[in-house]
Design a protein around this ligand. Structure first.
Ligand code: DNO
Length: 388
């Protein structure tokens, strides 16, 4: 006697994305894996009920499978309430989409700094892993960038076709001193919950911290969270530093192949993996993104992929449409590398330009990301069929 633990589920557009995974006998003993999920799962970032890009709109993007979201009503470092998690799950599932990816559970600065308070904060982090896992989450994206997450110098840079996009010019970054609390100059992507003075104080705390110290603090964190992720069967997926070099003299370590190898060696466990962000790695010409995509997919360590293109320019980089011919990255080669490496994780279109007069959260409008999603679908369909 046996039964299928998981029913066959269909993507709303009729494409089979998931097949039964395990067969269990009547006592619940696992008889093994029947079919494996064979495809990437297309996902889309949603910032919750205040996001002008609604779940209903996201659902209409062809092939859409999962929502990527987070609890935003709790300060960094605190435990997320089960109610908030359950609400996100219900909203997502009511819209006919899967609730399987969190981006991000942010890492408190005290953990990155290795302060004594880190043990309590890491325990909270582990509790968040447990709570989202209980709600069905399979993959958690996070980053270990000191103070500043992704950094750009302008969010509405006009492109020749009349659209606007996010850009990074090194000379402008070099002109900003985040230690100067009086300056009104802020850069997009900075955590808005800090005042300028608080920001300056936190940056000052990093003065003494070397890259090796940051590695030690990362290793300490990883050794505590990965056993919990394994227990909960959740895939942790670190996001590379964006851009992938040090800014304002702060150390940044998740930047290239050598450092990703070092990072992955911290724990020999598939639950310890990466988000392959093509735009973050691809803004340095030194990174061969397709090579890394193949290598880490083959190792089973890419759980999430952020796919977008960037154009490298003399003084930095400009975000462009997803299409290969619009930027410096060969998106076909990257998708082929993921596919050939056996990648079956979550994929999302990353930042889009603002097009067709859309206004809203920079990088996270509907239209250009939806075009990106459709392009990504096309690339995956092509590489899948070519390989048969
Ligand atoms: C930018 C995003 C990042 C990412 C975090 C992950 O648009 O890709 O902010 O969410 O770095 O923790």
């Amino acid at each position: 006697m046996f039964c299928l633990r998981y029913a066959i589920t269909f993507c709303k557009n009729g494409v089979i994305l998931k097949l039964p995974q395990e067969v269990v006998d009547k006592n619940g003993f696992n008889l093994g894996v029947l079919y494996k999920e064979e495809k990437m799962k297309l996902s889309f970032r949603w910032y919750g009920e205040n996001d002008p890009v609604t779940l209903e709109k996201i659902r209409q993007i062809p092939g859409m499978d999962s929502i990527v979201t987070a609890v935003y009503d709790v300060p960094v470092g605190e435990v997320w309430s089960r109610e908030s998690i359950a609400k996100l799950k219900k909203q997502t599932e009511d819209a006919g989409l899967n609730f399987e990816v969190i981006e991000s559970i942010p890492v408190h600065e005290d953990i990155k700094l290795g302060k004594p308070s880190r043990d309590r904060l890491i325990e909270n982090y582990c509790e968040n892993i447990r709570r989202v896992a209980e709600a069905g989450i399979k993959c958690i994206c996070y980053n270990f960038m000191p103070v500043f997450d992704w950094t750009r110098t302008q969010l509405d840079h006009p492109l020749p076709d009349g659209s606007t996009s996010l850009v990074y010019y090194q000379s402008q970054v070099d002109a900003v001193n985040p230690m100067n609390g009086d300056s009104d100059l802020t850069l997009p992507g900075w955590d808005a919950s800090y005042t300028r003075e608080e920001l300056a104080a936190i940056v000052a705390e990093y003065n003494e911290l070397t890259e090796e110290d940051l590695w030690d603090n990362l290793a300490y964190f990883i050794h505590k969270i990965i056993p919990v992720a394994r227990e909960c069967d959740v895939y942790m997926a670190i996001h590379e530093d964006d851009p992938c070099w040090s800014i304002f003299g702060l150390p940044r370590i998740i930047t290239d192949e050598k450092n990703l190898d070092r990072f992955l060696a911290l724990e020999d466990d598939v639950h310890h993996g990466i988000t392959l962000c093509t735009g973050s790695l691809g803004c340095s010409a030194k990174n061969d993104v397709a090579k890394m995509a193949y290598k880490y997919a083959k190792m089973g360590r890419i759980h999430f992929a952020h796919l977008r293109n960037v154009a490298l320019v003399e003084d930095g980089f400009e975000e462009r449409a997803h299409l290969s011919s619009c930027g410096s990255l060969d998106m076909f080669e990257i998708v082929k590398a993921l596919h050939d490496g056996g990648f079956t994780g979550y994929v999302r279109p990353d930042h889009g330009r603002m097009i067709w007069g859309e206004t809203g959260r920079a990088g996270y409008g509907l239209y250009d990301r939806a075009l990106g999603a459709t392009y990504i679908n096309g690339l995956f369909e092509a590489v899948e069929k070519m390989s048969k």
